[in-house]
Design a protein around this ligand. Structure first.
Ligand code: NAD
Ligand code: TYD
Length: 350
């Protein structure tokens, strides 16, 4: 029996990681710690809520006393740390909250793990989930490797880069057994509709403009969220201490091409004539500091641990659209109230 702390398990990626671990490892006790910010949603966990090997703790990772208390209470064997402020546009509106959660929260967890495990680090692991955005912006050529220098350019990526540095500092200074992965853009069920794909699906459904920054020429490397979860499972169990693994879909799309494909899928699913959804595409003032291109070289993970993505993009996108159309209540519940104010504030700027 192992007890694993997963932070941020009520969010998009975290909920898929919790699902996978609770189902696949009945001999693990999974403790999901989440502050339930705007991005955290217990509805995301309804499949596992009643499972005997699953516990939920509503807590903030920046709360020093609470985190120390939970480490003492559960005697965790491992940590998979996903809790974060995760949206670039929000980091432009409010950088300090990103420093607080992503930097201070991560250091608080590292310190608690170090103190709790100080008699022996044997069999322990602190796994930090990070992003490819720490590497900065690519031109048309090349891909991010694990050895690429950090060059974060948004408050979000700067806060994640800082947290990555602290994780590695705890390895080098204190020998805390850590592992880090940096992943490309995820898509799939349960992503908060501030991010491009669920925002566009929701807007298309209600015939609202699809806001595209600049000319839509920015490139992202999209990975199906369950493929990220399977990589996390593999790295947690088979990765080496102190190592970094890049995770990516080898699936680059300009935003405009992605949105055109999404529009075609939406037209079919909603029984609209071809071209209807694409008429909603609206080019707006570019995001400040908008990184041009991200692309991940995941050959280390593929060669050393045998991971590969399972889905082609068109298939994954179709499954994703189906999920959002089948889960109207989920979307309605989170797009009323505070979401409206956020939306007005951000998109009215244009
Ligand atoms: P998300 O915003 O959907 O979820 C974040 C979760 O963290 C929410 O449940 C929220 O309630 C919780 N949280 C936020 N602040 C907290 C705090 N102070 N204390 C405790 N819980 C808190 O994010 P996501 O997209 O699922 O991303 C998860 C992780 O993966 C993040 O670390 C992110 O940087 C990383 N990542 C995301 C992507 C992506 O495409 N979404 C890609 C690569 C890496
Ligand atoms: P996003 O989903 O916010 O992820 P990230 O910024 O972390 O890559 O955005 C994906 C891409 O889509 C990015 O280039 C910004 C762009 N985008 C738009 O054009 N319009 C939007 O309304 C949003 C949210 C994003």
């Amino acid at each position: 029996m192992k007890t694993i702390l997963i932070t941020g398990g009520a969010g998009f990626i975290g909920s898929h990681v919790v699902d996978l671990f609770v189902e696949k490892y009945p001999n693990y006790q999974i403790v999901n710690l989440d502050a339930l910010t705007y991005a955290g949603n217990l509805e995301n966990l309804k499949h596992v809520a009643e499972k005997s090997n699953y516990i939920f703790e509503k807590e903030d990772i920046t709360n020093v006393d609470a985190i120390n208390r939970l480490f003492a209470k559960y005697q965790f064997d491992g940590v998979i740390h996903l809790a974060a402020e995760s949206h670039v546009d929000r980091s432009i509106l409010d950088p300090l909250s990103f420093v607080k959660t992503n930097v201070l929260g991560t250091v608080n967890l590292l310190h608690a793990a170090k103190e709790s495990w100080k008699s022996s680090f044997e069999g322990k692991r602190f796994y930090h989930i990070s992003t490819d955005e720490v590497y900065g912006s690519l031109s048309c050529e090349g891909k991010f490797k694990e050895t690429t220098s950090y060059d974060p350019r948004s408050p979000y990526s700067a806060s994640k880069a800082s947290s990555d540095h602290f994780v590695r500092a705890f390895y080098h200074t204190f020998h805390l057994p850590i592992v880090v992965s940096n992943c490309s853009n995820n898509y799939g069920a349960r992503q908060f509709p501030e991010k491009l794909i669920p925002l566009a699906i929701n807007n298309i459904k209600y015939n609202k403009p699809i806001p595209i920054y600049g000319k839509g020429a920015n490139v992202r490397d999209w990975l199906y969220v369950k493929d990220h979860a399977s990589a996390i499972d593999l790295i947690f169990h088979q990765g080496s201490d102190g190592e970094t693994y890049n995770i990516g879909g080898n699936n680059e799309w300009t935003n405009i091409d992605l949105i055109r494909l999404l529009c075609e899928i939406m037209d079919k699913k909603l029984g609209r004539s071809a071209g209807t959804s694409a008429r909603l595409i609206t080019f707006i003032t570019d995001r400040a500091g908008h990184d041009l291109r991200y692309a991940i070289d995941s050959s280390k993970l593929q060669q050393e641990l045998g991971w590969k993505p399972s889905l082609q993009f068109a298939e994954g996108l179709e499954k994703t659209v189906e999920w959002y159309l089948d889960n109207e209540v989920w979307m309605t519940n989170i797009t009323t109230g505070a979401y409206q104010q956020y939306y007005e504030k951000l998109y009215k700027l244009n």
